[in-house]
Write a protein that binds this ligand. Structure first.
Ligand code: CAA
Length: 284
């Protein structure tokens, strides 16, 4: 089994930066990759800020923070993945972009390198089939915010071997996460259950049954959810929620997954949640 030391993370947005942080904290040498210096620097600065808070709160020493930062380097070219043991791709949720990245990685990385994707709903088996190493392709689905949430949903494509599965399972545990094994199907388990609930919450607002605040209060106080479904949609990003609903709708061909028109409207307006400053709530 591969002794993982070097990890290459693609995408320095909220998910990629979070993954890089927990991997570097676990002692892996991590290269954080994105399209420009600016994007990577933003991701690394965000990590530094969270670590600094942990130092201030007495949860880690300044030395430990520095060690974690020393484990992180910036990258703006996929060629830097040429010495990676494991690649974790957390780029945008777009099949043609992910396919292009995986094809390039397949040429750049040594045969032993495992190619994992943090996709929230795209088909692992199909992505794996675009490479010459489908047995080494696997889903490694982290939850947002990555440093806080315990779950890593590990998705096995049709060809994923036990060895590949075991490597990413061990890695997840080393990153202080709890891996849960699932098979490849639209939305896997997490988003097949979560996103229709969020979509239904949006329908209740759309139909004038309740305000976003009221819907969220019902779910927080009545079901003990840490945050209401609409606040959670704003955290995930409304474009991502819509995208996942489209994947479920198309993947199962079942009208029960139809995205709420209000969700479509918000996304069309650029109201994407926290990241754009406005969603079901105003963050400006
Ligand atoms: N990065 C790092 N740490 C963060 C963070 C972030 N983005 N957001 C919050 N935290 C930390 C805070 O710093 C705080 O840490 P301390 O206790 O050490 O200070 C801790 O989390 C709790 O935060 P808060 O006190 O600010 O607020 P909270 O108690 O309400 O918790 C929450 C915030 C953890 C986000 C909580 O509301 C929660 O668990 N919400 C549900 C999140 C969820 O369901 N995530 C899954 C989304 S689905 C997904 O990701 C999959 C997909 O494919 C779409």
């Amino acid at each position: 089994m591969v002794d993982v030391k070097k990890v290459f993370v693609i995408g320095a947005g909220q998910m990629g930066a979070g993954i890089a942080q927990v991997a570097a904290t676990a002692g892996y040498k991590v290269k954080l990759n994105d399209l420009s210096d600016e994007l990577v620097t933003k991701g690394l600065k965000g990590i530094e800020k969270i670590l600094e808070k942990n130092v201030t709160k007495g949860r880690m020493s300044a030395d430990e923070k520095q060690q974690i930062l020393n484990n992180l380097t910036a990258s703006t070219t996929l060629q830097d993945a040429s010495d990676a043991d494991v690649v974790i791709e957390a780029a945008v949720e777009n099949m043609s972009i992910k396919t292009k990245i995986f094809k390039e990685l397949d040429n750049i990385c040594p045969d032993v390198t495992i190619l994992a994707t943090n996709t929230s709903s795209l088909p692992i088996t199909e992505l794996a089939a675009t490479t010459k190493r489908p047995e080494k392709v696997v889903g490694m689905h982290f939850m947002n915010p990555v440093p806080v949430m315990k779950l890593v949903e590990i998705i096995r494509g049709l060809a994923t071997t036990d060895e590949t599965y075991n490597v990413v399972k061990e890695m997840s545990e080393k990153m202080d996460k709890t891996p849960v094994e699932v098979n490849d199907a639209p939305g896997f388990v997490s988003n097949r259950v979560l996103c229709p609930m969020i979509n239904e919450a949006i329908y209740t607002v759309y139909e004038g049954i309740a305000t976003p605040e009221a819907v969220d209060q019902v779910m927080k106080l009545g079901m003990n959810h840490p945050m209401g479904p609409l606040a959670l949609a704003d955290l995930i990003g409304l474009d991502t929620v819509l995208y996942i609903m489209e994947v479920l709708h198309q993947g199962f061909g079942d009208s029960k997954y139809r995205p709420c028109p209000l969700l479509r409207n918000y996304v069309a307006a650029g109201w994407l949640g926290r990241k754009s400053g406005r969603g079901f709530y105003n963050y400006q």
